[in-house]
Design a protein around this ligand. Sequence first.
Ligand code: S6P
Ligand code: ZN
Length: 189
Amino acid sequence: MLTPIDYPISLDFDAENGTFEPCPQVTPRHLSDLKEMFSDQSTVAQILRENDPLIYEIRYYPFTTTKSDMALAVTRIFPGTIGNEFYMTKGHKHQREDQPEVYYCVRGEGFLLLDTLEGEFRAIPWRAGVITHIPPMWAHRVVNTGNDLLVFIGVFHLSAGHDYDIVARKGFAYRVLSRNGKPELIKQD
Ligand code: S6P
Ligand code: ZN
């Protein structure tokens, strides 16, 4: 556990790699951690029989003070597909109804998917330089459709909480699939 800080702190960010120092926590997400999110379950099972590829990594810095809990997370999504579905984050909705987030795409290309899970959906084309505000109550997922690393920064409050189950249950309205190497948004049944 980090002790709370009440003084300014700066991190040394490597935008090319999507890493920073000091970094107290790195969370890897392998295919087994988000296997139920991909549509092609027979390919998931087949891959998992052989290995468990790393899909993305999250580096956290909790800027926790005695009066605030703002956090920074830098996510690096590797390029690739599971069947014909591009690598993506698990996706979640914040538990608290009053908690937004700001995302900044630092490198790579893909989509930020936003879904209320109650009928409203947006797919924001993403490339380096795009900053998106995610309003409260919108589930969010990032998809890497490029041939290279996709890196983005997220800023949020730790007390926001993360609801992954609701995404697993309801799913996003569209999936991003590769058709002849190009990304296509396909409506979910
Ligand atoms: C946290 C923020 C991000 C994600 C990260 C991985 O609110 O949205 O830091 O945690 O991009 O995505 P996921 O869906 O596995 O948490
Ligand atoms: Zn979030």
